[in-house]
Design a protein around this ligand. Structure first.
Ligand SMILES: [Zn+2]
Ligand SMILES: [Zn+2]
Ligand SMILES: [Zn+2]
Length: 365
């Protein structure tokens, strides 16, 4: 569409977290830096000296869980060799003037997603990926049950050197914290505010708009078309139970969020059939990203209802989701200093390019 190609330069307010605004600037003159060529990811099947590869099980920290229970393992959970959190709190925290600290108490574990060293998510069998997601669910549940002081278990994955992965072997991590991270806190409180005012979940409303909205917005003076919103313009993938959407106010050029279509606040309430469909939508989304970016290096993380706290009942107002943030550029001083992310590709164009990828000859899809 002709009017979609105009340069965009606008500040977009994230409707869920208004403090997370994004500057979308597609004009070339606004490019904050040259596109960089990221270091390639490691695609080897097996690396003799890698502690996460098959045959080196005695070189990892103690094993916590494995799948399947017998026979060769497909997924393993081990303790983190260099945890960012200690396993027990002793000092009780600190409050001194403006300095407030709480104990760095929690758990930090590594989920070895696959026995194959350099396999990408979209290359995994759907059944295997569903098993990885079930391991996330199982371990989150165990950690919450193990210690009532833990308020948030963050599952995330760094894939590729550009995304900060220190180990080349494909893996995810789980960090269970005694506090609710700021991002999750903001989402929970803002979506609760929206719910209190509109009696609707804001995430469900976003999904409905993504699936049904159609509008042409005109300039009142000139009659020129300011913007055209097409049905499904932000939809990247749709499964039976999950949808992958490009956020209107994306912080990262190729950021995509995956949400359950039916309202649900807690990832731990998912059924196995949900995770089967999530695996399928996630694989196809990652395949699209990989095709468009050319070897996607990314972070993804799960946002789900925290435990305890002063939020009241958030079951109706919060909606769990997975955020995928491919790393194609490095934030600059402007972004770090202002908190205003600069996005040089309009989310509408990015969504269109991702949708155009032909996955039909993907026989495992
Ligand atoms: Zn390995
Ligand atoms: Zn919802
Ligand atoms: Zn989120």
């Amino acid at each position: 569409m002709q009017d979609q190609q105009q340069a965009i330069r606008e500040i977009r307010i994230n409707p869920v977290v208004p403090s997370e605004s994004v500057l979308v600037a597609t004009a070339r003159s606004m490019r904050p830096r040259e596109a960089e060529v990221p270091a390639p990811r490691d695609t080897r099947r097996h690396v003799d000296e890698c502690p996460f590869c098959t045959g080196n099980e005695d070189k990892t920290p103690p094993e916590i869980a494995r799948w399947p229970d017998d026979g060769p393992w497909q997924v393993r959970i081990v303790e983190n060799l260099y945890p960012v959190l200690g396993s027990d709190g002793t000092t009780g925290g600190l409050v001194f003037g403006l300095q407030q600290a709480i104990d760095g108490y929690g758990r930090h574990e590594v989920i070895i997603d696959h026995h194959r060293h350099g396999i990408a998510v979209h290359e995994m069998e759907p059944g295997h990926l569903a098993a990885v997601l079930r391991m996330y669910r199982r371990r989150m549940r165990e950690l919450y049950e193990m210690d009532p002081r833990l308020r948030y278990a963050l599952v995330f994955k760094n894939f590729g050197p550009a995304a900060g992965a220190s180990m080349a072997h494909t893996h995810s991590q789980i960090i269970a914290l005694p506090v609710v991270p700021q991002n999750v806190h903001d989402e929970v409180t803002h979506s609760k505010d929206y719910y209190d005012r509109h009696h609707r979940c804001i995430f469900c409303t976003l999904i409905d708009e993504a699936l049904t909205f159609e509008a042409t917005i005109y300039d009142r003076e000139s009659g020129r078309i300011v913007r055209r919103i097409g049905v499904g313009q932000y939809v990247i993938e749709r499964g039976e139970r999950f949808i992958a959407v490009k956020p209107f106010a994306s912080r990262y050029e190729w950021e995509v969020h995956i949400l359950p279509l039916a309202h649900a606040s807690d990832f731990l309430d998912t059924e196995d059939a949900d995770l089967d469909d999530l695996a399928r939508v996630l694989r196809r989304t990652m395949a699209r990203l990989d095709a468009v970016i050319g070897g996607a290096q990314y972070n993804f993380f799960l946002h789900s209802a925290p435990r305890g706290g002063d939020y009241g009942d958030i079951r109706a107002s919060y909606h769990w989701h997975l955020e995928i943030c491919p790393r194609t550029s490095i934030p600059t001083g402007f972004e770090l200093g202002s908190g205003l992310f600069v996005n040089t590709i309009s989310p509408e164009q990015a969504a269109e390019r991702l949708r155009q990828v032909d996955l039909d000859n993907d026989d495992r899809g």
